[in-house]
Write a protein of this length. Sequence first.
Length: 122
Amino acid sequence: MEIVPRKSVMIVLTNELPGREDDFNAWYDHVHMKEVTSVPGFTLARRFSEPIFYKSPEWMSGDCEGLSPPSRYLAIYDIDGDPAAAAEALASASEEWGLSDSYDRSNVIAWIYSERTVTPPS
C-alpha cells in the first residue's frame, strides 16, 4: 500500500510579550494570518488560545498533570499541494513582512504534518 499525502497542516505555537496581549492578538488576527494565507499553498488559518489541562486516561502512558503548555496560542494553517514548496514560499515571503514588536520570538514552535491516506493496492 502506498501512503500519499493529500493535505498538510502547519501548526505554530506562540506567545505574546508580557503586557502586550491586545497588540499581539490584533496583529496576529488581522495582519499575520492574512499574510500567511496569501502565500501559495496556504489556504486556511485558525487560531486557538487558553489551553486547558487534560487528565490522561489510565490507558495512555503519559500524564499532563503538573505540566504547563509550551505556549498560550496555537495556529493551524491548512496547506494544499506540496508542503515543502509551501514552506519554502512562506520562508521567502516572510522576509518581506514586519513582525509585531508584541510577538515573543524566543519560543516559537512550528511543524508541518501531512495527512496520511492509504491507497489500496491495485
